[in-house]
Design a protein around this ligand. Structure first.
Ligand SMILES: C[S@@+](CC[C@H](N)C(=O)[O-])C[C@H]1O[C@@H](n2cnc3c(N)ncnc32)[C@H](O)[C@@H]1O
Length: 222
């Protein structure tokens, strides 16, 4: 069974954990992702829709949208928001909220490539694929000229790349079952964001913080 199957079991209510490769085990916060966006999300939603008002509401691609709480919040703020996710369950849950979502791998074919005003990498999604420079470079390909990338990062530190493991325990009629699999991931700290952007043709536009979040906005270097 794969990491995606374990994550999807978590979205369906099974206990779900991540082993981030440092000897610890943490509960995957799927309950938070299944809930609606809250006050802790206000900072990243505001940073995403900043300067998008006007005649054109602007388009936002929420990469790794999960069950879509941020896709929905950004759409409610007036933008044309679409989530993409490799998980069919996540896409279905996003649509069930009334938000738009497409099942797609960010490194594969993505609708409207080269035409997105904003690419959002929320909830640590700068770690997708385990190579943040490659992901940021991919994000610049998805963006329209003048576009921006928004991501939350650790408040300090550099980049830690790892092979994480996602695991879920599901209760089956015939007993307890453990499913899971590896997932390449990376954790990015604030100290790395300038150099990381430069490698991908991006410059840091803003850094904003709240007690629960540190949000970086990069713009395409002209
Ligand atoms: C940390 S969770 C994000 C939670 C989400 N932001 C939310 O609000 O619920 C990471 C998400 O990225 C998705 N994902 C992982 N690799 C991906 C890829 N290559 N392309 C698109 N989505 C991916 C996972 O399926 C998962 O839903």
């Amino acid at each position: 069974m794969t990491a995606v199957a374990a994550y999807e079991a978590g979205l369906h209510g099974a206990n779900c954990w991540v082993y981030p490769g440092d000897g610890t085990r943490q509960a995957l916060p799927v309950h938070r992702w299944l809930a609606d966006a809250d006050h802790q999300d206000a900072l990243i939603v505001a940073a995403t829709v900043e300067d998008l008002s006007g005649a054109s509401a602007g388009s936002v691609l929420d990469v790794g949208c999960g069950p879509g709480r941020l896709t929905a919040a950004i759409a409610a703020a007036g933008a044309m928001a679409v989530g993409i996710d490799v998980s069919a369950t996540a896409v279905a849950l996003t649509r069930a909220r009334g938000a738009r979502a497409v099942r797609a791998d960010v490194f594969g074919p993505v609708p409207r490539t080269g035409r997105w005003d904003r690419v959002l990498l929320a909830d640590g999604n700068l770690g997708i694929g385990g190579d943040p420079a490659a992901l940021l470079t991919r994000a610049t390909q998805l963006l329209a000229p003048g576009g921006r990338v928004i991501a939350d990062v650790e408040p300090a530190g550099g980049i830690r790349r790892t092979q994480a493991w996602i695991e879920a325990h599901s209760e089956e009629p015939d007993g307890h079952r453990r499913i899971g699999g590896p997932v390449p991931w990376a954790w990015v700290g604030l100290d790395a964001v300038t150099a990381l952007g430069e490698q991908s043709g991006l410059s840091v536009h803003t850094v904003t913080r709240s007690p629960g979040r540190c949000v970086v906005v990069w713009s395409v270097t002209s």
